[in-house]
Design a protein around this ligand. Structure first.
Ligand code: HEC
Length: 435
């Protein structure tokens, strides 16, 4: 069964090859070799731990006639329904199931992402794994005695590992122009999206619920006859707070595709990819150094310049994403519809005066204190010491004002002080000389 299904995926992958970032062969990638050995290594993350509990009978997932395992899986993984976002471009695995009338729903929390298609064969799941970066799973949408989240490698990596994901197994967010059946019209423009992408270029192929004043985006739009949208169509796609006229919203867990959830996702996907990249880069560089030293008959930890350079560069990329370097500007206030912002904003941790990195601004930028909440994640804490130290040193230099590179000019002196003090109050295992 699984084999046949894999066969089918491969078949349609060939026909959507223009969508794929690169052609990928098994074992091509650096991360398939020592020391990472991505596909061969055993994962340990929120999803693999849930599977262990299902296997031991410690936990069960109920099966819903309409939506299969989706509601139970979200609950078991603590993924909030308010995070729902709806994408109608045929840009992902179960493309035949996706259209403007049957969008794909995506849900997420800090370390798990879940994809659902109506009448889909599987739920698609990805999890942040401290050792392996992003690990992918499918859960068959058919009632079973013991539901199985099956790890997937190549069938997902064909899209989820390329220069678009920092060269490591990772997350994707795209904006593409879409025709009436959801097919991407790449000639009309497409972009990879993260927190740096101007609002005007975001959300092609996605539904977007929320208000955003005079700022325009590409969401909620379908190109008819390949033509650019008329002014009227454009206007009807902006500041949309309900999707009832567009498809049967009652068939989904929630009627929203929340604009704030989308913006948080687009920060988080890049942040996760950069953390994975830093993790892999540091381990690979240290491994190479040890091998070379062994070949040269030198002590295994004799330092190489290239090791330090690779580690520093990966750490710098992590710091840039942590501090929202080059964040897209917001001109008018933004508000969602699902309650995502309220729920997310309350999660904390908070410092003694109630401040937290999850507090939104949403008037000129996403967060009030632009430092990523993923600083509290296991992915951050599990970075190899060598690269984590570089991250802390660079962060400290920026927050003390010693590093005044132009790219950090979005951080005022007050921002830097606030961020340093929130970190001091809320983060464990800080370096001794933290500012
Ligand atoms: C044809 C390319 C393609 C394949 C194959 C693919 N995906 Fe994706 N996936 C995407 C794209 C593109 C997105 C971004 C949202 C969108 O456009 O639908 C995405 C988004 C996701 C997300 C939401 C989080 C994120 O990364 O943005 C999950 C979860 C996910 N995919 C899981 C999987 C799993 C599991 C597999 C393999 C079983 C898989 N995908 C295979 C293209 C693909």
């Amino acid at each position: 069964m699984v084999l046949r299904r894999r066969g089918r995926w491969v078949a349609w992958m060939v026909c959507v090859s223009p969508l794929l970032a690169t052609s990928r062969g098994v074992g091509d990638d650096d991360f398939e070799r020592a020391p990472i050995e991505y596909s061969k290594s055993t994962p340990d993350n929120r999803v693999s731990r849930l599977q262990a509990k299902l296997d031991d009978g410690e936990c069960e997932l109920s099966f819903d006639a309409e939506r299969g395992y989706l509601p139970a899986l979200l609950e078991a993984l603590h993924v909030p329904v308010e995070s729902q976002m709806l994408v109608f471009s045929k840009t992902s695995l179960q493309r035949r199931r996706i259209s403007p009338r049957t969008p794909r729903a995506i849900y997420f929390n800090d370390d798990v992402y879940v994809g659902f298609c109506r009448a889909g064969e599987v739920l698609e799941v990805s999890a942040a794994d401290p050792k392996l970066g992003t690990v992918f799973y499918t859960l068959e949408q058919r009632q079973a005695d013991v539901p199985r989240l099956v790890r997937q490698t190549d069938s997902c990596l064909v899209c989820h590992s390329s220069s678009r994901t920092e060269g490591v197994p990772g997350h994707l967010a795209r904006s593409v122009s879409v025709g009436p059946s959801g097919e991407p019209i790449l000639s009309a423009g497409s972009a990879m999206v993260d927190y740096r992408t101007p609002i005007a270029e975001r959300w092609g192929g996605w539904y977007v619920t929320g208000t955003h004043g005079g700022q325009k985006h590409l969401g909620n739009l379908i190109l008819r006859g390949g033509k650019s949208p008329t002014d009227e169509q454009q206007a009807a796609a902006q500041n949309v707070t309900g999707l009832e006229s567009r498809f049967k919203v009652g068939q989904y867990l929630a009627p929203h595709s929340d604009i704030v959830a989308l913006m948080v996702l687009e920060h988080q996907t890049l942040m996760h990819n950069r953390l994975t990249k830093a993790n892999f880069e540091a381990r690979a560089a240290l491994h190479y150094q040890a091998e070379l030293n062994r070949a040269l008959g030198q002590p295994a930890d004799a330092p190489l310049d290239s090791t330090a350079r690779r580690i520093q560069s990966a750490a710098d990329d992590v710091v840039d994403a942590l501090l929202f370097v080059e964040e897209a500007e917001i001109h008018d206030p933004i508000a969602g519809t699902s309650g995502f912002a309220e729920a997310f904003g309350n999660l904390g941790p908070k410092d003694a005066s109630g401040r937290s990195f999850r507090q939104f601004d949403l008037r000129r930028r996403l967060f009030k204190y632009p430092c990523s909440y993923l600083i509290y994640s296991t992915s951050f804490d599990s970075l190899p010491d060598e690269v984590r130290q570089c991250v802390w040193q660079r962060l400290a230099a920026v927050l003390r004002g010693e590093d005044d590179s132009a790219k950090f000019s979005h951080l005022s002196a007050q921002d830097r002080m606030d961020i340093a003090s929130i970190i001091r109050d809320t983060k464990s295992n800080l370096p001794a000389d933290w500012p």
